[in-house]
Structure formats: C-alpha cells, structure tokens
Design a protein around this ligand. Structure first.
Ligand code: SF4
Length: 418
C-alpha cells in the first residue's frame, strides 16, 4: 500500500464503520474512525483497531495451503485452483452434482467480492446441497419478509435516529451494533434518543449490555416471546388501540389476527412468559400511543422453536399500531444500490419448502437446507450423499448445532476446501 491515508470500510460486522488507515513504508501506523463517514460518523469499536493485528499476524495465510502427510504445505494459486477444480469435478462425475456440499458464512454478505462471485460459483457447482449461516441466525426474519412483504430481504429496520420509543426484544445492539439494523455507535444514538426525551424498553431472558442501559427492563422466559407478542396483539384489540395508519391500504385479514389472539390474554400468558399481565398491557399501550415508536426483535426471538411466529408477530404489532414504514417506526430502507430493485440475490424473491433434504426431509429456504443437517447429509450413505465440501468464509463446526458431529463428518469426506 502507498504511503498516506486509506479510507476503507471495516467489514468485520454489519455496522460497516468507515475507517481511516494510515500507512507508512508498507506498515499500518494507525487505524481510526473516519469522521466524514455518513453512517458511522467516526465511530469504531476495538475490533477495527485489531484489524492491524490480523493484517500483520505472522500466522496469517498469505498463500493457499494443502494438507499433506507431512502437515500443511504452501502452494501457488494456479496450482490450488487446478487442484480444487479437478477434485470437485472428479467427485461430481462419479457421484452426481449433489455429492458436493457448500456452506457460506456470514462475512460473505459484508464483502463485495464474495457477493458478486459466490452465486455464479454455486450455480456452476449445480448442487442442491447448499447451506449457510442464515439458518443458524435470521431465517425467521427472511421468512416473515417473504410472506408479508413479498421479498426475503425486504427488512424494515428501526428508524433509531427519529424514534421516541425503542422496544427491543431478544436483541443486544450494544454488543452487535445492530443486527439487521446496521447501527454503528448504538450508544451514541441511544444517548441522542434519551436526549430528545425518548425511551428504550428491553425484554430479554438476560440483563444484556443493552438491557443495562434501558429505561425499562423486563425478564422473559426463553422461548416464550410469541406468547408475549400475541398477548400484546390481544391488548391492542381489546383496548381499541389498533390504528394501521397508512399501512391500511396494504393490509388484509386484520380480523383473522384479532380472532387468533382472542385466547391469548396477558393473564393467560403471564405464568409461561414470567411477565406480569400489567407489564404486557403497558408495553402494548406504550407502542400504540407513542407516535414515533419501533418494536424490534432479533436473534433471541429468531433462533428458537417459535422463531417464525414470533418474528411475524413483531411485524404484525408494528403494522397494527401504524409503525410500519412511518417516521420513527420500522422503516424500509433506501439503499444506494437496491439489490431488490435490481433483482439481486440471484433475482429470487425467495421460496420455502419447494424441495426437502434427503435424510431428514427438512424444507429448503431460497435453495438452502438448514445447516443443522449437514452432518446427516455427509454421514448417511445413499444416492446424493455429500462426499466433497466447500466452505466460504464460514466455520460451521463452531457455529452450527452439534458441531462436534460435523467435525467428525468432515474428516470422512473425499475432499474439502475452505
Ligand atoms: S462496529 Fe466494530 S467490527 Fe463492526 S464495523 Fe464498526 S468497527 Fe468494525
């Protein structure tokens, strides 16, 4: 790199903070937040500073390496490409296209090169055995977006800089910098919210970093969020607090939601959720009566048995109170490059259950099976058994359920490339 200041984006998490990297004589001399970045305004977290350690780590891979009986050996890129192409080709020729499995990790969506190149690569492989971090994380959000808004990545996000009430359930933006929300410097934005008289309410089984800064905090029993949200829906109807606002023209079957929520009184769910009925009613009233309010849910409500229904209900509540796509509520974004408008993400609005995995008959979502079943597909003999595997920027042994079994499964493959 040339001497001087290089302006880049930290790609380590979704916040995408702007960084200014000083370089002298080929060495990084400092990494600071870019004050002129329109989103992060100079904010960075310690991970950005540690980018220098990653860059200079003597153990960092600078060339492809190959596992041999004498340990790992470096190789040239051309040799590596040839090896990967020939081994994958051989497996596919002998056992069919579904004998190759592929897993994409979360950083693929923070990297322009990966975003552009990965889909054509997967299409070239032609395998149906595709997996990603999605099924360990935000799949219920994508399913709700697909079913309710018509596209799997059409996510409304909290209008954090203009809201007066931020209800945060099963999410920890102080640690995550806003997952599916992209909010660098959450602490600064929360301070601004409180400065204009706003409030944050947090519901979580654990008093999280975000919970510690809340104006109001409620414990909830893990996995019972759908009950809480349904009881809030019940309260809105019971107390005549439903007001769809401009979402009315896009919304149908509101009465069916009222009927579905009839039996879920706050009193009926109180014992299961561990939340007093009065608190549940109060939460629903606050959301309904604060003109600029957003109810946001994330991983805690997503990766659980009722993740799909909990995520759907969170959007239902925002719609019933007129908070969907209204100022200070849950708003659709206006990105500089609109992947949905461009027909991005391989032009798919998404689909669910078009086919099922070979061993456990689990439904696909947008062409991917749940990562929890990778090991089944490798270890179970038969037509379509996975015999070679590709991971791209992912570590499913650590991040998927029952990683130990997956670790064992990987050791039995004919070929694996990461
Ligand atoms: S919050 Fe930290 S890790 Fe995330 S993009 Fe900003 S500096 Fe990087």
């Amino acid at each position: 790199m040339e001497n001087g200041t290089h302006y880049r984006t930290c790609h380590l998490c979704e916040a995408m903070c702007g960084v200014a990297i000083e370089v002298r004589d080929g060495h990084v001399t400092s990494i600071k937040g870019d004050e002129d970045d329109p989103l992060s305004h100079g904010h960075i977290c310690p991970k950005a500073v540690a980018l220098q350690d990653l860059h200079e780590d003597p153990e960092r891979l600078r060339k492809p390496v190959r596992r041999t009986t004498d340990g790992w050996q470096e190789m040239e890129w051309d040799e590596a490409f040839d090896l990967v192409a020939s081994r994958l080709h051989r497996v596919r020729k002998e056992h069919g296209r579904n004998s190759i499995g592929a897993y994409l990790g979360n950083p693929n969506v923070h990297n322009h090169g990966s975003l552009v190149a990965t889909m054509p690569f997967l299409r070239a492989l032609g395998t149906q055995n595709r997996f990603s971090a999605t099924s360990n994380d935000q799949l219920p959000h994508m399913l709700a977006s697909l079913e309710m808004f018509g596209h799997q990545i059409l996510f409304p996000i909290p209008d954090i800089d203009r809201t007066d009430l931020f209800i945060c359930i099963g999410a920890n933006p102080m640690a995550s910098n806003g997952s599916l929300m992209t909010v660098p410097d959450f602490r600064g934005r929360l301070k601004a919210l409180k400065g204009r008289g706003g409030r944050m309410v947090v519901v979580d089984p654990r008093r999280t970093e975000t919970g510690k800064l809340a104006d109001e905090f409620h414990f909830i029993r893990p996995g019972t969020d759908a009950l809480l949200l349904m009881a809030m829906v019940h309260t809105l109807f019971e107390e005549n607090l439903v007001n769809l606002g401009h979402a009315e023209q896009w919304t149908k079957d509101v009465d069916l939601v009222r009927l579905a929520a009839l039996g879920f009184t706050p009193e009926a769910v109180s014992e299961n959720t561990g939340m007093p009925a009065a608190d549940i009613r109060n939460l629903a009233r606050q959301l309904a009566t604060t003109p600029r309010a957003a109810l946001y849910t994330r991983m805690g409500t997503s990766t659980q048995a009722f993740g799909g229904v909990a995520t759907w209900l969170a959007y239902v509540l925002n719609i019933l109170t007129g908070k969907l796509d209204s100022t200070g509520g849950m708003m659709f974004t206006q990105p500089a490059i609109d992947l949905i408008a461009l027909g991005g993400m391989s032009g798919q609005k998404g689909h669910f259950g078009k086919r099922f995995s070979r061993v456990k008959k689990l439904p696909e979502f947008a062409g991917e099976y749940p990562s929890s079943t990778i090991a089944d597909e490798i270890l179970t003999p038969g037509e379509g058994q996975i015999r070679a595997f590709v991971t791209v920027a992912g570590n499913p042994v650590l991040s998927s359920p029952n990683g130990g079994r997956l670790d064992e499964a990987f050791t039995g493959l004919d070929f694996m490339v990461s």
